[in-house]
Design a protein around this ligand. Structure first.
Ligand SMILES: [Zn+2]
Length: 495
């Protein structure tokens, strides 16, 4: 008996958690956090108490009600999951390093290996080191058992204490997969294939004997590596079930990665002699490379925020399969944030620098540039950063009126970010800068999704990661496809 359970990403964008089960065991395809649902219940700063976070996530159905998969240190009592089905989970596969696909992995018991690519692993490592993942959500690779940690405070027996200390640090097991090669120790045959997205991403092909299933993860056909998506399509041809993302199923607009380059070039050229900055999505290496190249063509030195420099450093050190990773000194300079109260603002020992920043500045000290240096020669640089809050950094540069801020992110804004964006706009007008948007999405639009489906020609289409699963029915049923719009928590039994 084969079944598919959908525990997130159903009738909503993000939070994918797809459970594939056979008689030999189960795997999860992604274990993402639905940020919208989390925010709907977040009070105050939204930090849940450690003693009840897992229980509350079950209550809010942010985490699925399943037994045998969660960490014991966060949930000691069983009655919260009474009556829930127990599963034999062999692994959790991560398609890519976006939180809505991996953000809840920290709650899984550490014996369940996470299967991911080298690149995804290093992107998540970067996000954990430099980001704001708090509590168990940041417990992806290595963490401390929270129950033992507390026990250690009340135990005096030296021998017992030592024994507990030895078990304190938990390493979650990782299974690194590579393109086109079957993943080992799975209950059935699984092959990962890279796809084009705003971060390096994978889709999966599953062969369960009686049924072939393809899962797209997030993908597009208009990026730099669209040939990855095309190869995935080739390999998925004729599957029985296609689980496909539909973020943009109601959107026909098309902005390609190469158009982004063209527009950015033109806009920056018009701003000769003025300061310019560009905001990108935090892990979008393709966009980062695009902007570095545009800057160079216009004889502007690209200046990267320390976080983006850390991203490239982490990728390089991991040996990730990414073509030509730009290098500090040769391809860009690193923006030296002014954070301390002494030494003119640059006292590195100050607590105001994060430890990962200190590391970056110490290692690449010769390749940094301070805001006052940029300020003296404003037309010579392009500052590239990620994250809305970074706009306040520009105060230190003191841009001349009429300088340019390009917003060039790849993911759609949700409501919450729109509110934040209003604040950013206030800063932009306070700084007397001009502002334009050059967006290209990480997701395929309506026509491309239909094209992907028509080329794969599955017997059954299962849309997920979309607000409009019914739109797939409207578009596809007259073409002879069976379209199943899943319901959250319900199992779909195949054969
Ligand atoms: Zn994504």
């Amino acid at each position: 008996m084969i079944s598919i359970g959908f525990y997130g990403g159903v009738g909503e964008i993000g939070g994918n958690k797809i459970l594939i089960s056979s008689k030999d065991g189960s795997i999860f395809l992604d274990f993402g956090l639905n940020m919208k649902r989390k925010r709907e219940y977040s009070l105050g700063y939204g930090h849940e108490r450690i003693s009840r976070i897992l229980r509350n996530y079950l209550l809010l159905e942010i985490l699925p009600r399943i037994r045998g998969v969660y960490r014991r240190d966060l949930l000691r009592e069983d009655h919260y999951l009474r009556g829930a089905e127990e599963i034999d989970l062999h692994a959790c596969l991560i398609s890519h390093a976006h939180l809505d696909h991996y953000g809840l992995v920290g709650f899984l018991k550490p014996e369940v290996p996470i299967a991911l690519s080298t690149t995804t692993s290093s992107l998540i490592k970067h996000s954990v080191e430099t980001g704001h993942l708090t509590g168990p959500e940041g417990d992806i690779f290595t963490y401390r058992d929270r129950f033992l940690q507390e026990q250690l405070r009340v135990i005096n027996d030296v021998k017992k204490k030592k024994e507990l200390k030895d078990r304190l640090v938990i390493k979650r097991s990782q299974k690194i997969f590579s393109a086109g090669k079957p993943i080992s120790d799975m209950p059935f045959h699984v092959e990962p294939y890279p796809v084009d997205h705003s971060v390096p991403a994978f889709g999966f092909l599953l062969d369960l004997g009686e049924a072939q299933i393809a899962y797209t993860g997030d993908l597009r056909l208009h990026g730099i590596v669209r040939h990855y998506t095309e190869e995935f399509i080739e390999n998925a041809r004729g599957v029985d079930y296609l689980i496909i993302e539909g973020t943009r199923i109601t959107d026909s607009t098309q902005m390609t990665e190469s158009k982004v380059r063209e527009y950015a070039f033109r806009e920056l050229k018009d701003k000769e002699g003025k300061f310019a900055a560009v905001m990108i999505s935090s892990l979008d290496v393709d966009r980062l490379r695009t902007m570095i190249n545009v800057a160079k063509e216009l004889n502007r030195t690209p200046v990267l925020s320390p976080k983006l420099a850390h991203l490239l450093k982490t990728l390089k050190e991991s040996g990730a399969h990414i073509r030509s990773i730009p290098e500090p000194g040769k391809d860009f300079l690193i923006y030296h944030e002014k954070r301390s109260l002494t030494s003119g603002g640059y006292m590195l020992d100050s607590q105001s620098y994060y430890s990962w920043q200190k590391q970056i500045y110490r290692e690449y000290g010769n390749h940094t540039i301070k805001p006052e240096e940029i300020s003296r020669d404003q037309g010579n640089y392009l500052l590239i950063f990620a994250g809305l809050t970074y706009v306040t950094e520009l105060v230190d540069i003191n841009p001349e009126p009429g300088s340019l801020l390009i917003e060039s992110t790849s993911e759609p804004y949700d409501e919450e970010q729109e509110i934040e964006w209003e604040k950013v706009e206030r800063w932009i007008s306070l700084l007397r800068m001009d502002h334009i948007q050059i967006h290209a999405s990480g997701h395929a639009n309506r026509e491309d999704l239909i094209q992907i489906i028509n080329k794969i020609k599955p017997k059954t289409v299962i849309p997920i990661h979309t607000d409009n699963p019914r739109e797939f029915k409207k578009l596809l049923q007259s073409e002879g496809y069976q379209v199943i719009t899943p319901e959250e928590g319900n199992l779909l039994h195949l054969r």
